[in-house]
Design a protein around this ligand. Structure first.
Ligand code: SF4
Length: 154
């Protein structure tokens, strides 16, 4: 949250502090989404590009060469299978984070911890910043409105 606050305050980025409902998901979970490698090999995620065991097929073939991986990406564990996510107040706002990282953690014992919405552990601060931003925007609108009125009087 500190980084986002800095981006907002120091560099004027229009940071959205308020968690928002978000649906869309990751291409890796979509049936017609593939990354094509230089030799026509197909992957489900660009993080897998160049890793032979992550190839799911080839452009010039109908054969699925790694059915387990393909099925895992498209129908495997998501946030909806996670007790932590189901209990989380921010559930519909993060899309469950990166599916590649989720699967690496689940199936390869990795410890990626970027899955969660950055506001999850800082929700009070995020709401304060959102409120502060709204007040600032409101003041700008009022100033613009007053300017418009003074122009029309002239
Ligand atoms: S913020 Fe973290 S725990 Fe909450 S739904 Fe998203 S991934 Fe799951």
């Amino acid at each position: 949250m500190d980084l986002f606050e800095e981006l907002y305050r120091q560099y004027g980025y229009d940071v959205r502090f308020l968690p928002e409902f978000c649906v869309g998901g990751c291409g890796a979970t979509v049936i017609n989404y593939y990354i094509v490698g230089p030799e026509g090999e197909l992957y489900k995620c660009w993080n897998d590009l160049g890793v032979k065991k992550q190839i799911v097929g080839y452009l010039n073939s109908d054969e699925i060469v790694n059915f387990e991986l393909l099925a895992r990406y498209m129908a495997g564990p998501t946030m909806m299978d996670s007790h932590e996510c189901i209990e989380c107040k921010l559930l519909p706002t993060c899309e469950g984070g990166c599916i590649w990282e989720r699967h690496k953690n689940l199936f390869e014992g990795r410890k990626y911890d970027y899955l969660c919405n950055t506001r999850k552990d800082n929700i009070d601060r995020a709401l304060e910043l959102h409120y502060e931003k709204m007040i600032k925007q409101q003041k700008h609108h009022e100033q613009d409105y007053e300017k418009d009125i003074s122009y029309s009087i002239i």
